[in-house]
Design a protein around this ligand. Structure first.
Ligand SMILES: Cc1ncc(COP(=O)(O)O)c(C=O)c1O
Length: 366
C-alpha cells in the first residue's frame, strides 16, 4: 500500500477552508489594536455562553487556567479534596493542586473511559468539596446520577469540557450542567484557537463576577485589587479566530461523528473494543479503541504512513507528580485502559476514502 501520510490532526486544511473569514477577523483585530480583552473577547464570551446555554462565559488564558479559576472561584482551597478521574490529561489534576486542594482519583467505566457516580460516592470523605468529571475524548459523562449525588452531599461540580465543546446530554450542552464548565481552545481541540486560550461557562452570577476579577489580577475597579488574582486573560486575536470557528463548530463535530461511524463500520468484527456511545452526543475529539495488540497495530500504521497516539499511557495516580499523594492506590480499569488504548486520526477534513484505507491497514494486522 502506498504511503498514506495521515497526521493525527490537520489544522492547515481547516485554515485553508476558512481562510477568507479567518484572515478578515484577524486583520480586524490588528486594525483595532485592542489586543487583550475588549469588545472582541466580550462578543465571543456572549456567543459562547449562548451556544453553551449558560448565562455567562469568561475567557481566560488556557483550559488549565479555566479549571483552576473555576475551582478557586468556587472557594475550593487547601484542606479540600476534589474527586476526579485518573484517566485524563494531567491538567485536570494540576489545577486541583494549584489551588492547594488534593485530588482523589477514582476508577473509570471501561466502556466510556469516564468516571461514574458510584465510584465518586465510594470515595467521598469529610473533606470532599468538589468533583471534576472529564468528558473525555468528547463523550459526555453520565451526569444525572453525579448531579444528584452532588446535590445530596453539597459538592461543587466543575465539568472539564476541554475535549468536548458542543457535546450534548439530554438536549443540554456539556459545560452547562455543573456549577461551571471549563473549556480549552488549544489549537487541536474541537473548537481550537491559534494559540492558547480557555473559557469558564457558568450561570452563577456571583461566580461570574469573581472569575472576571480573578483572571485580571483580582481587579474590582480600575487599579483596585480585591484579592490576589492572575494574569489569565483571553486575547482578542484568539477571540476573533474562535468567533469564526464557533459558527462552524456544529458542522466540524458532525463530520467528526461521520468519521467515527466510518471507522466503526470498517473495523467491525475485529477483536478490538471500539468507542461506546453510551451517553448523549459524542463529539469525538479522539477516536480511541482498546486492543491487546497495540504495538503491532502502531507499527503497521506507522509503516503505512498513518499517525496514531496513546492517550494516556500513564494514569495520573501512577505519575511521578501525583504518586506520592496516592500511596498504594490501585485503579485497575484505568490502568488496563492505559495499557490497551490507541487513538486513530480524526478531524473534520479526514476523507472517507482515507478512513477506509486506515481500516484496511488495521484489518491486515488481524
Ligand atoms: C481533559 C483536559 N483538561 C484540561 C486540558 C488543559 O487545557 P490547556 O492545554 O488549554 O491548558 C486539556 C488539554 O490540553 C485536556 O485535554
Amino acid at each position: 500500500m502506498s504511503c498514506l501520510n495521515v497526521p493525527m490532526v490537520d489544522l492547515r486544511r481547516q485554515y485553508l477552508h476558512l481562510k477568507a473569514e479567518l484572515d478578515a477577523a484577524i486583520h480586524g483585530v490588528l486594525d483595532s489594536t485592542q489586543f487583550i480583552l475588549g469588545p472582541e473577547v466580550e462578543a465571543f464570551e456572549r456567543e459562547a455562553a449562548d451556544y453553551l446555554g449558560t448565562r455567562y462565559a469568561v475567557g481566560c488564558a488556557s483550559g488549565t487556567d479555566a479549571l483552576m479559576l473555576a475551582l478557586r472561584g468556587a472557594g475550593i482551597g487547601p484542606g479540600d479534596e476534589v474527586v476526579t478521574t485518573p484517566f485524563t490529561f494531567v491538567a485536570t489534576a494540576e489545577a486541583i493542586r494549584y489551588v492547594g486542594a488534593t485530588p482523589v482519583f477514582v476508577d473509570i467505566d471501561p466502556d466510556t473511559f469516564n468516571l461514574t457516580a458510584k465510584a465518586v460516592e465510594a470515595a467521598l470523605g469529610p473533606r470532599t468539596r468538589a468533583v471534576i468529571p472529564v468528558h473525555l475524548f468528547g463523550q459526555p459523562v453520565e451526569m444525572e446520577p453525579l448531579l444528584d449525588l452532588a446535590a445530596a452531599r453539597g459538592l461543587v461540580v466543575i465539568e472539564d469540557c476541554a475535549q468536548a465543546f458542543g457535546a450534548e446530554l439530554h438536549d443540554r450542552r456539556v459545560g452547562s450542567l455543573g456549577l461551571a464548565g471549563a473549556f480549552s481552545f488549544f489549537p487541536s481541540k474541537n473548537l481550537g484557537a491559534y494559540g492558547d486560550g480557555g473559557l469558564v461557562a457558568t450561570s452563577d452570577e456571583a461566580l461570574y463576577q469573581r472569575l472576571r476579577s480573578l483572571r485580571n489580577h483580582g481587579t474590582t475597579a480600575p487599579y483596585t485589587h480585591g484579592e490576589i488574582g492572575y494574569n489569565s486573560r483571553l486575547d482578542a486575536l484568539q477571540a476573533a479566530v474562535l468567533r469564526v470557528k464557533l459558527r462552524h463548530v456544529d458542522e466540524f463535530n458532525a463530520r467528526r461523528r461521520a468519521v467515527a461511524e466510518r471507522y466503526d463500520a470498517g473495523l467491525a468484527g475485529l477483536p478490538l473494543t471500539l468507542p461506546a456511545r453510551r451517553t448523549g452526543t459524542h463529539v469525538f475529539h479522539q477516536y480511541t479503541l482498546l486492543t491487546d495488540r497495540r504495538e503491532a497495530l502502531r507499527q503497521a500504521l506507522r509503516e503505512a504512513g498513518v499517525a496514531s497516539a496513546v492517550y494516556y499511557p500513564i494514569p495520573l495516580h501512577r505519575q511521578p507528580a501525583f504518586a506520592p499523594l496516592c500511596g498504594e492506590l490501585r485503579l485497575p480499569r484505568a490502568e488496563a485502559a492505559a495499557q490497551r488504548c490507541l487513538s486513530l486520526p480524526i478531524y473534520p477534513e479526514l476523507a472517507p476514502e482515507t478512513v477506509d484505507r486506515i481500516c484496511e491497514v488495521v484489518r491486515q494486522v488481524f
